[in-house]
Design a protein around this ligand. Structure first.
Ligand code: G3D
Ligand code: MG
Length: 172
């Protein structure tokens, strides 16, 4: 019998609204670019890239009004994927605060972090280094973190990112 999905490591996909979380989840699960609308509540699915380590991926609505609900998803979280719109420099301080807030929750102590700098298909997207600086990633010394560029609409960088997430979970 296969592993039941409740036994899968749970991965939370978080980030500001419009970062591309729902597009990314649909793309990695189905290989298709879907038309999204603002997520009310959550989207969830099981990803099994190498047929031996399934992950349950949760995409939690990111609008301001949803943020108080974030804490309910933290208990079982084995890795956090934080998605940012790398073309939106103006909202980086907001993203930085949101990330810091999430990671300050004691239930996420030591939980590995994968930052996805999304929308790299667009011109004027920030480099990994810029995003990393703006999010203050170097300040997170008490957990493993990685940052990677991706394009959720084009499906670029996603498989590598989630294979890395698997490795981070195994090491943690
Ligand atoms: P969210 O779930 O984080 O709130 P969505 O974000 O997945 O709903 O995406 C918000 C908007 O960003 C959508 O456009 C979506 O198509 C776009 N988007 C997501 N990922 C990418 C990407 O990698 N590249 C580009 N160019 N656009 C992306 P609309 O126009 O529907 O608001
Ligand atoms: Mg969404």
């Amino acid at each position: 019998m296969g592993q039941s999905s409740s036994a899968c490591p749970q991965v939370l996909i978080m980030g500001l609204d419009s970062a591309g979380k729902s597009t990314l989840l649909a793309q990695i699960l189905t290989g298709q670019t879907v038309k999204t609308s603002p997520t009310v509540g959550f989207n969830v699915g099981t990803l099994d890239l190498n047929k031996q380590s399934p992950l349950t991926l949760w995409d939690i609505g990111g609008q301001q009004s949803m943020r108080p609900n974030w804490k309910y998803y933290l208990d079982e979280c084995k890795a956090l994927v934080f998605v940012v719109d790398s073309t939106d420099a103006a909202r980086m301080p907001e993203a930085q605060k949101a990330l810091k807030g999430i990671l300050s929750d004691e239930r996420l102590q030591g939980v590995p972090l994968m930052v996805l700098a999304n929308k790299k298909d667009l011109p004027h997207s920030m480099t990994i280094r810029e995003v990393s600086n703006k999010l203050n990633l170097n300040s997170y010394t008490d957990r493993e973190w990685e940052i990677q560029a991706c394009s959720a609409t084009q499906g670029l960088g996603l498989q590598q990112a989630f294979l890395k997430v698997n490795k981070l979970i195994k090491r943690s």
